[in-house]
Design a protein around this ligand. Sequence first.
Ligand code: PLP
Length: 383
Amino acid sequence: MPSLDEFANAKLASLEQRQLRRTLVETDRRDGAVAYRDGRRMISFSCNDYLNLSHHPDVIRAASEANERYGVGSGGSRLVTGNHPLFRELETRLAKLKGADDACVFGSGYLANMGIIPTLIGPEDMILADELSHACILSGGVISKARLLIFRHNDLDHLDALLAEHRENHPRALIVTDGVFSMDGDLAPVPAMADLADRYDAWLMTDDAHGIGVLGGGHGSTHAMGADGRVPLQMGTLSKAIGCYGGYLCAAQPVIDLMRTRSRTFIYSTGLQPSAAAAALKALDLIEADPAFAAAPMAKAALFCSLTGLPAPESTIVPILLGDPMRTLAASTMLAEEGYIVTAIRPPTVPEGTARLRFTFTAGHDDADIRRLADIVTTRILT
Ligand SMILES: *Cc1c(COP(=O)(O)O)cnc(C)c1O
């Protein structure tokens, strides 16, 4: 066997042994809540399409019209092929939603973090990141070659202590955190972090992938926490509640101009399809037109938590920590037999010993399904 294949096989076998091998399950997703597996209709509680906008007829129509008119690809980097007017319009709208001067749209949220962080922070600088920050924040930190210091989850005293000890040794410091933690569903203490950032002249960046569209009337977690104007770097994705694809940064004009000039994932990667921009614009129309619509997924999550006796949710993500990967997989399999897709989240996505079921709630879920799911969870998992 060629050494490459041998390497891959050995690696897979070792992961398999630890129950950490991942496989794709063929799933025909019909909207935010309904999916078919092996011809069987299931209700998904594992989808980030919180407002079901990926299947909203108006959003689909906007994308289809853009595809017909502009084609399915953008032909190259926006700096090379030219900037499609839809991108300009989308950036203006995102900036307005987030209360920033301007925005820069990237190919995805992952690409955004990989591009933003090294553009601002270099080898002599430091980054302070929450230990539960999303993988792409840490990837962006690593490629910046800055000193990467990890603070305990949402621990302001630890963050303060690290700043006190190390800030003066570095010309620039970036504090970065998920606004809504993707695997835990809790919020970062953004206003207090902004105070620390001010005190130590550090730059604060939040990743609001799971906040935009569903928290703070659709404006996101910063707005929900009353911290408008206090986060100079507001990053997020169009791939979750916005229902399509792409990432963004909202910031002051010089920061955005610098991104467009220097960010490698912006410069050297092909622009989004024009239809993704058209779809996102339509999605933003729908969100801004109806604050009750934006709030619907939170209400569903709250219903589930009250029925199961869990603490009130801070976001549309509700984890149930089971600890052991095997037990978590078994619970996920049991729920699938009952017709519910609830993914088992295991290390290394989450820390060792914190394997969990992760439930996400969307505007499209029926209360009856939530009640039945809560009943199964209460009687067969939380016992
Ligand atoms: C999903 C997610 C991303 C990545 O966004 P994509 O657009 O899917 O690449 C980044 N950060 C957080 C916190 C996320 O949950």
